[in-house]
Design a binder for this molecule. Sequence first.
Ligand SMILES: *Cc1c(COP(=O)(O)O)cnc(C)c1O
Length: 459
Amino acid sequence: MSETKQIPYKIYLEENEMPKQWYNMRADMKNKPAPLLNPATLEPMTFDDLRPVFCDELIRQELDETTAYFDIPQEIQDFYKMYRPSPLVRAYCLEKALDTPAKIYYKFEGNNTSGSHKLNSAIAQAYYAKEQGLKGVTTETGAGQWGTALSMACAYLGLDCKVFMVKCSYEQKPFRREVMRTYGASVTPSPSMDTEVGKKILAEHPGTTGSLGCAISEAVEVATTNEGYRYVLGSVLNQVLLHQSVIGLEAKSAMDKYGIKPDIIIGCAGGGSNLGGLISPFMGEKLRGEADYRIIAVEPASCPSFTRGKYAYDFCDTGMICPLAKMYTLGSGFIPSANHAGGLRFHGMSTTLSQLYDDKLMEAVAVEQTSVFEAATQFARIEGILPAPESSHAIRVAIDEALKCKETGEEKTILFGLTGTGYFDLYAYQAYNDGTMSDYIPTDEDLEPGFASLPKVDK
Ligand SMILES: *Cc1c(COP(=O)(O)O)cnc(C)c1O
């Protein structure tokens, strides 16, 4: 169908058009993602193996690769209504500035106080913890968006929330920390002396500014050693992609209303949750052979899990206490440089996206930090939104693809995920504005120790 209706700048769904179910892409995958393995036995993790760490209902979602649709509990649907549907924006102004025949759309997830898409899964995970009668949850946060989202969700539901925040972010982003504390969470810089694994990491790497992998280990330890607590994770896991499918389902419904079909779908990839969520219904069609889309994951050149990582079983955390996941990884021993996209500094990747990438159902590109901020600045000036550094990775590649269309004259439709706002990332913008930002790209030699830390698993 061609564009018979004038497309508005913003397409919103009505409340009654919002998704009532999440969609589980794995149900339509022929090659399922490899199972999580128990690090002690190397056998697939069972429900019982995971119970000390995760909430029961979330484990069921994690392990379920056949159920395509999960009902969204009414209480979560009601919470979603406070800040969703998120707008699908036609970037008319950006198209004009780029002088491109491409049609650019973005799904904007920054319209809530946590400033990112993370709230979509935070409320779901907190809800299931509450349903199970737990006292509270523990987690890690890198850039701080996940910790903020979880603090908000826990405050709403009356749950305790303990956050381990990667030390360099804790120091760089004191205001994020205060938002979390305002929502009632306790925030500890990681690695800390509060946990056994934290003490061990500090003994081995004195003065380390931490990593997501370290903070995960600490949060898991606290969850498993305190009665009534479980650990929750803001990305990577299948359950998180499931909850984030709300992004893609809304985007698809909004596009369908106007007969719009994207040719290219672009998202930044840290652990893969926003991208996995955005592409869900589109990938579903692709997997079922109903439609085709070009899908591009964008990652930082400083932490290139897809483009330079190995597809192998690895630990999700530095302390090597979490299950093994088969994913594109730089090795749990890889500690990325302190680049400014904290949310993209994870050594691994969603197992689902890893399988899709390995099956060539999606592509990946790595981009350098200064070119990302160049795109961010251009976008802020033209479209008005100050984007998060993570989101700006997707903006970079959306602009690049739109410029290619300008050369070829093709009128492609581009959809990208604008995952959040960058108000807490102004040190990064300052470095860019002052011209002091650098582009760190690890050499093959720099990547060696991480690969050497991969566990030996014949699967
Ligand atoms: C956390 C975060 C990301 C990256 O995480 P994914 O799980 O890969 O989506 C991207 N953008 C923002 C704004 C984030 O907070």
